[in-house]
Design a protein around this ligand. Structure first.
Ligand code: ZN
Length: 243
């Protein structure tokens, strides 16, 4: 199962480390209306070595257990080989590289230093949302329609999660049309702790060039969405991981 494989791959190789040097204590610089931290300061606080992989273009932070890749003037970054899209671009000022505090706090550090035994609100119930349905077929490849596969996947994931003791509900369990705004509403009504919408995305690419899983998550407050197509005008979905 691709989804589970991606989640496991992301966690593999991530060792918990002491995060007592909260990045908020490091010196801040205001760029593009956001608080930024000098990457060398963060690297020193968290015991990473920093070096250029492409002079003035790409920089890498490495420790004995982790590797971070950043591209200047870009949202695209890498955490242990997994592509991650940051909320704000990495920037350079007077030869120094800066990363937004928000990205350190909401993306980089939660992945590198997941909280241990400190989950304040454990996830007990999950609402799975099979994308599309009814008059909305989703992506089409010849006669195959995305809506059929999202439902099959949702049922399979439901069985897995139920088997693990979670309460699971679906936003649809047949070929019916559910408007987008209704879907998170259903999750709310059923008191779900987590809402997961399942899709099979398509891209124009050479065969075998694109593979793996994309995960979008809610953008942190104050950050703009990376949903470039803009077909969900009210969505704050942010692309987080791709591999
Ligand atoms: Zn879709």
């Amino acid at each position: 199962m691709k989804l589970a494989a991606a989640a496991l791959a992301l966690l593999t190789g991530l060792l918990t480390a002491s995060a007592q040097n909260a990045p908020g204590k490091l010196e801040r610089t205001r760029l593009f209306g956001n608080d930024y931290i000098r990457l060398t300061d963060w690297a020193a606080a968290y015991h990473f070595q920093m070096f250029w992989t492409r002079r003035n273009e790409e920089v890498q932070l490495a420790s004995s257990w982790s590797k971070l890749d950043f591209t200047l003037d870009s949202h695209k970054a890498g955490i242990n080989g997994v592509t991650v899209y940051l909320s704000a671009p990495v920037a350079v000022r007077n030869g120094a590289v800066f990363i937004s505090l928000l990205d350190l706090q909401t993306t980089v550090q939660p992945v590198l230093f997941p909280p241990k035994n400190k989950v304040s609100a454990p996830i007990l119930s999950v609402c799975l949302d099979p994308g599309h349905g009814g008059r909305d077929p989703g992506n089409k490849e010849s006669r195959r329609q995305e809506k059929e596969y999202t439902l099959l996947l949702a049922r399979e994931v439901r069985d897995w999660l139920s088997g693990a003791g979670l309460k699971v509900t679906l936003t649809r369990n047949g070929d019916n049309f559910v408007p987008l705004p209704h879907r998170p509403e259903i999750a709310k009504q059923r008191d779900a702790d987590l809402f997961v919408s399942l899709h099979f995305n398509a891209a124009i690419a050479e065969k075998d060039q694109i593979k793996g899983v994309e995960v979008y998550c809610l953008t942190p407050a104050g950050a703009s969405s990376t949903n470039a197509r803009g077909d969900w005008p009210d969505s704050d979905a942010k692309r987080l991981v791709e591999r």
